[in-house]
Design a protein around this ligand. Structure first.
Ligand code: ZN
Length: 216
């Protein structure tokens, strides 16, 4: 089987969606502020000490950033970037860096997502796929669900012949609590349509994501 691939690297975070610079302007007092002060006291800290004085505010701002995905609309995100094309080979975007928060411990898990589909008359602008990943990563998550959500959204938007999503994540909640590193790493995958039915195609996808990407 011969195929052509679009291999694109998306290692850089998508700056325009999220404000990453910490500005010193304080946000309005929220429930997060008081909750953080409570946690600080409960663990034996003094919330009023110098180093911690602005911590509730920083945490509140941080949470609005790392959970921004809850407020993103998939339709806005796609924003008409669907194109009719006569191309029916695999489209693959690999090594999409993501950062998420495990919903069980509220600690980060992060890694890379690899997304492929086989068009059925329609393709999506390549930058949109990393944005889809971001939208689902920027919220409290479990890796398994995030993997399925990415696949389902592509399926819904494009109705392609097949969708494949593999997510490799390292989980801080396991790493920080002394679990061996190997056990803190997890790979999840969701295959739909042709990728589910055609083992050759699936193997081809899996072998492509295990290779280093093309040189720049
Ligand atoms: Zn966890």
């Amino acid at each position: 089987m011969t195929s052509q691939f679009f291999l694109t690297k998306y290692a850089e975070p998508i700056e325009e969606i999220f404000v990453s610079e910490e500005n010193e302007q304080e946000v309005e007092e929220t429930g997060i502020h008081s909750a953080v002060r409570t946690i600080l006291s409960e663990i034996g800290e003094i919330p009023e000490r110098d180093g911690l004085l602005k911590t509730p505010d920083r945490v509140a701002r941080m949470f609005s950033e790392i959970t921004a995905g809850y407020h993103m609309d998939p339709i806005d995100l796609i924003n008409g970037a669907l194109f009719e094309v006569d191309y029916d080979e695999m489209v693959l975007v690999k090594d999409i860096e993501f950062y998420s928060m495990c919903e069980h411990h509220m600690l980060p898990f992060y890694g890379r997502a690899h997304v492929a589909y086989i068009p059925r008359g329609k393709v999506i602008g390549l930058s949109k796929i990393p944005r889809m990943v971001e939208m689902y990563a920027r919220r409290l998550q479990v890796q398994e669900r995030m993997t399925v959500q990415i696949a389902d959204l592509l399926q819904e938007v494009l109705n392609p012949q097949g969708v494949a999503v593999v997510v490799e994540g390292a989980h801080m909640c396991a790493m920080m609590r002394g679990v061996k590193k190997a056990e803190a790493n997890m790979t999840t995958r969701k295959m739909l349509g042709a990728f589910k039915e055609d083992q050759v195609l699936r193997s081809e996808f899996l072998s492509h994501i295990s290779k280093p990407r093309f040189e720049d």
